[in-house]
Design a protein around this ligand. Sequence first.
Ligand code: TYM
Length: 336
Amino acid sequence: MANRRILSGMRATNPRLHLGNYEGALRNWVEMQNDGFDMFCMVADWHGLTTMYEDSAEISRNAREVAKDYIAAGIDPEKSALFIQSHVKEHAELHLLFSMITPLGWLERTPTYKEKQQDLGTTEREPYGLLGYPVLQTADILLYKPYGVPVGRDQAPHLEIGNDIAARFNRLYGVEVFQPYKYLIPEDENRAKVPGLDADENGVLRKMSKSYDNCIYLSATPDEIAEHIKKAFTTPTKLRKTDPGVPEGCAVCQYLKLYSPDWQRQWDEDRAGERGCMQSKKELTEILVEFLRPFRERRAQFDDGSIEEILAKGAEKAREVASATMSEVRAAMGIY
Ligand code: TYM
């Protein structure tokens, strides 16, 4: 039978997932689940420690909330395995073994590493785990020997290192333990990299990210949605309704393109100075409140007890697959 297994994950650095997480990855997870793929939906708590090692207990609390957001978005725990990375210790063992065969140069060249390094400013406070971040991610993936990994555009460099590590492992130990997996990134660039509500100092939209505080959260209440959209970045030179807008550079217009069936007309009117930003914001708010309604309703059904049960069952299912892979890995390396 063809390989129908899928693995993906999200960091537990925040208790709430946002529209970028949904459009870039989670939407695909739900679709693939409903198409009969065998889904492994992980919450990466250990990865969260690379930046939040001082708030380790908070990460554990966040992890439960992230799992609730998976379910809110449509992941069905009866069909898909939901689990927390640290509950499946095989991830740590494979990470360690991969760390021995991964050339340092591959990791130092990773763009996400360079960005984080710049944020930190000094290597004095830079944890060793930050450099090894893609190695742990590779272990997460390869333990499940997936057909593919559905993620947003920003994860592409990590996925590439993963396939390189897999090939290197096979070559070094002379056994085809791992097959290359596919990068399942949305074709629509607006979904692969969803812009945030704000713009950078040059007036250019940047990606939606918890660290920029420019998000619409999946669990947001109608009031929160309205409030966030009210503050969203629009064409800075469009002060009156009759001033022409530039929808390509306007956060509100970008979301209309994603969520409004009528976006083409709305864009034309914006450009022609036939509609004001307030009207666009109002219409977008209404659309998003409706879009996120089922998310809020499903989320409300889950209490903490039922989440723990779901995560325990998910970890058990994950462990079965992960431990079989580890047996193959140890045998290939002659470790016994
Ligand atoms: P993380 O937690 O940063 O993001 C989770 C997922 O959401 C996607 N994403 C976006 N997609 C589109 N537009 C955006 N603005 C946006 N922001 C975030 C990300 O691409 C990702 O798919 N390293 C991973 C977590 C991880 C993982 C794994 C992923 C750990 N192990 C194994 C896949 C497989 C991360 O930090 O994602």
